[in-house]
Ligand binder design. Structure first.
Ligand SMILES: CC(C)(COP(=O)(O)OP(=O)(O)OC[C@H]1O[C@@H](n2cnc3c(N)ncnc32)[C@H](O)[C@@H]1OP(=O)(O)O)[C@@H](O)C(=O)NCCC(=O)NCCS
Length: 183
């Protein structure tokens, strides 16, 4: 029997799940825009051109593929010297809560670790647990150095009353236990 990726919901064979770099082109940006329409409330959805400008800013963004199909993404944005900003992370709704977000987050961090980048992000309640668990972070060779509650963070940009946490994590000296490319 194959090992499986499953915490809750229906199991996915581990062999069918892969994390790899996202192409930085318009067709990928369109795909991400389509995914956002399935994942986010309307006010939080972006058009493909806006997504492409983020995608084009760095080669660190990663896609999570199940049976070759893109089902999740971690989108990084170029930031200041020595730092990268995690702009968005998402998994298609029917595949959430099975550990895939954790796997993707760890692989994305492991990719950033290879350049010894500090990682900055604002997280909603949905993705907060992916990045504040000490063991999950340590496996990706990061540690949290800032965790600040930001009331109503999403109002300015999206007109939605939703809070966020600003997180900053620093790379550890030792290597990640998990690979940047997982397959
Ligand atoms: C955030 C997201 C990527 C997490 O992916 P996922 O595959 O569901 O995450 P995991 O299965 O690895 O879950 C990790 C932990 O996150 C928490 N979590 C995930 N989804 C949650 C939800 N809907 N409500 C509350 N907690 C949730 C849980 O603590 C979970 O651990 P548990 O399953 O042991 O309880 C996914 O829920 C998503 O795409 N959400 C919509 C988009 C979004 O809000 N992105 C964040 C932008 S900052």
């Amino acid at each position: 029997m194959h090992a499986s990726v499953k915490l809750k919901g229906t199991a996915l064979p581990a062999a069918a799940v892969e994390v790899r770099p996202l192409a930085r082109d318009m067709s990928t940006a369109r795909l991400l825009a389509q995914m956002q329409r399935r994942i986010y409330p309307k006010a939080m959805q972006e058009d493909a051109r806006a997504i492409l400008s983020v995608l084009a800013s760095t080669d660190l963004s990663r896609g999570l593929f199940a049976d070759g199909e893109l089902v999740g993404y971690a989108l990084f944005q170029r930031d200041g010297e020595g730092t990268i900003y995690l702009y968005d992370i998402a998994i298609l709704p029917h595949l959430q809560r099975r550990g895939l977000g954790t796997k993707l987050a760890q692989a994305a961090l492991a990719a950033a670790w290879r350049r010894r980048l500090k990682v900055r992000m604002h997280v909603r309640a949905t993705s907060y647990p992916l990045f504040v668990n000490r063991d999950k972070l340590r496996a990706a060779a990061y540690r949290l150095v800032r965790n600040k509650f930001v009331r109503d963070f999403y109002f300015k940009e999206f007109g939605i009353h939703e809070d966020a946490h600003e997180l900053v994590m620093k790379p550890l000296v030792r290597r990640p236990l998990i690979a940047a490319r997982v397959g």
